[in-house]
Ligand binder design. Sequence first.
Ligand SMILES: Cc1cc2nc3c(=O)[nH]c(=O)nc-3n(C[C@H](O)[C@H](O)[C@H](O)COP(=O)(O)OP(=O)(O)OC[C@H]3O[C@@H](n4cnc5c(N)ncnc54)[C@H](O)[C@@H]3O)c2cc1C
Length: 383
Amino acid sequence: MAKQFDVIVAGIGSMGSAACYCLSKQGANVLGIEQFDIPHDQGSHAGQSRIIRKAYFEHPDYVPLLHRAYENWATIERETSTQLYFETGLYYAGTTENELIKGTKLAAEQHQIQLDNIAATGHTKTKNFVVPNHYEQWLEPKAGFITPERAILAFAQEAIRHGATLLTQQRVAHWKKKNGLFEVETNAGVFSSKKLIVSGGAWSSQLLPKLNTQLKVTRQVIAWLNPKKWDDFTLDNFPCWLIADDQLPGAFYGFPIMPAGKLGGPLGLKLAYHHPGKPSDPNKVDRINTQNEVLLLLQAAQKFLPNALGDILSVKTCLYTYSPDEHFIIDTHPDDNDLIIAAGFSGHGFKFASVVGEILGELATTGKTNQPIDFLRLKRFNN
Ligand SMILES: Cc1cc2nc3c(=O)[nH]c(=O)nc-3n(C[C@H](O)[C@H](O)[C@H](O)COP(=O)(O)OP(=O)(O)OC[C@H]3O[C@@H](n4cnc5c(N)ncnc54)[C@H](O)[C@@H]3O)c2cc1C
């Protein structure tokens, strides 16, 4: 096998698979290296579904990237004849002062994104939600979820079709720059390239020891329930949702039930809590002692979706990688323009994978990107 490449991508998960696809489509000679399989359930992309929305409460500056992400998802769907985006609508609830509601309305207003006020319009899909009277309730109709495992498979398949080499079960142990080339060492050998993209998810700190900022990895627990009224919660009858409980930080969120056989993966009604879980070493994650987190999810279901309560069908643990300000890090390294970093996706990155792959490809081939990523660059941590 050839050992010299234009670009090596370290980590073929959400962002790395998209980068391999974009680069190989443009004719670059790409090597992608993944320590597990493609996809797998040890990192950040497992669990059947990831919410995608445009009224972005985290910051309105993400909205232009989201417009491009939606376009790019449609392109890869067309190219692979595979449905990756499911438009279910997204229900939001919380107090007027809560960041979720304030930020969602702000982004929608600044970027003319449709948000329907449930109190004014009503909506049959939202009839099972029970929230206090003082909560605002909104529905973003052009939102839904992306299927992460299928999306990563689609990117990897197209990358291979366009000539990329993807290696699995190989861990990048070290890399260094020598005579203008990166030398990347795995358990199977040493490979070299002109450019290196590091997209290692929860392992990024280990791959980037000289980063000018800290990344924190937390474990996040997701549960799938057998709801009392199954048919009320199926794909066609129930939206994705985000509810900010005024007694707790963060937000609870969930998805409709996927039909058996449609996507594989756990059966039932998925729900989770978007808030930092227990700090974890990605190589030693406790995936067993999850009772407290599951109890919290059951309490949220009891409070906001009483008809969804039922036996637990499945529990899984996934990893968030937080940057200090919970915004992504997408940049070339300040000391080396040939080293490109995609890290710190802080529990909200998957929906962007289709545009992040494009940006990483542009940074690797031209050193710049047309996408507005200034607010995501590393310089914000220099003080
Ligand atoms: C429970 C949960 C729910 C989420 N919900 C949403 C949501 O609703 N919407 C949303 O947009 N986002 C959501 N996210 C966040 C989103 O999934 C992540 O931001 C995204 O998957 C991060 O992508 P990544 O490429 O950085 O990491 P990953 O997809 O984990 O990819 C990193 C890859 O690098 C590999 N790797 C690391 N080190 C090495 C090495 N040394 N050698 C070789 N390979 C290596 C890893 O094995 C892994 O495959 C959620 C995350 C979790 C955990």
